[in-house]
Design a binder for this molecule. Structure first.
Ligand SMILES: [Zn+2]
Length: 255
């Protein structure tokens, strides 16, 4: 039997889960406009799809999941992007300090997705209609954007009224202030990322440790992301490969 999620109320909206309501709190903290379950669509394969959020200022959909997107869920998000012409932000787990992926038209894998920081930095959402996108020569650091930390804390600490049935939902994972964020096998990758496994790349080049502090990188294979929790720095596959190339070049110089 499926556990029914608690319906959560926030700002007059009835959310299907607390997790979604937390994302609304996050977006509000950044003063970014959102509409919840604005409209449903039929994808090109005939599947009905009701995106969680529409963000009119940046013209993006945002889809919230308690765990990592499955290959099937990702495929749906890509179909939505293709059908309507707007990227879909993948909001996995509770709002956190980090980089978020969005669908890129025509690209089928997570490895090839656009990376954004959900910040109001430089007022980009309102002035330029976009989120801050990490330059490839820059590492993401949690302290870089004050507003993301404030928004994350607000979202995490928000308390909502219980819904009608009071059954604890799978999303209600914040009792201990911890995030239930399971790794999941996303199955075979179908695009260029098929040939580029971040774990294999690290192993083949003997590059499993952060060059800055020497601690082992956290590698998220399904997304092609790396992260050093001691330096609070991380990024995508491209940046990781560039770091390896840099290290190899430096090594050649020493010889
Ligand atoms: Zn480090």
């Amino acid at each position: 039997m499926r556990i029914k999620a608690i319906e959560t109320q926030y700002k007059g909206y009835r959310f299907r889960s607390r997790l979604e309501a937390r994302w609304a709190v996050y977006l509000d903290s950044l003063n970014i406009k959102w509409e919840y379950e604005k409209e449903g669509y039929n994808l090109e394969d005939g599947t009905p799809y009701l995106p969680d959020f529409w963000l009119p200022e940046v013209e993006m959909w945002a889809e919230v999941k308690g765990t990592l997107f499955t290959e099937e869920e990702l495929e749906k998000a890509i179909l939505l992007h293709r059908g309507l012409g707007f990227p879909v932000l993948l909001l996995e787990g509770v709002p956190k300090c980090g980089v978020y992926l969005a669908t890129t038209e025509g690209v089928k894998t997570k490895g090839g997705m656009d990376e954004y920081v959900l910040t109001n930095y430089h007022n980009y959402p309102k002035s330029e209609g976009r989120f801050y996108s990490m330059p490839s020569d820059e590492d993401f650091e949690c302290g870089m954007f004050n507003d993301t930390e404030v928004a994350t804390n607000k979202a995490k600490s928000a308390r909502f009224e219980h819904g009608d049935n009071g059954v604890v939902s799978e999303d209600d994972d914040l009792g201990e202030g911890r995030v239930s964020f399971k790794e999941r096998d996303l199955g075979p990758v179908t695009g260029w990322a098929l040939t580029v496994s971040i774990t294999k790349l690290a192993k083949d080049n003997n590059f499993k440790h952060c060059p800055n502090c020497g601690h082992e990188f956290q590698l998220q294979e399904s997304h092609g992301l790396y992260f050093c929790k001691y330096c609070s720095k991380g990024g995508g596959l491209k940046k990781f490969a560039e770091m390896i190339a840099k290290k190899i070049n430096q090594g050649a110089g020493i010889k």
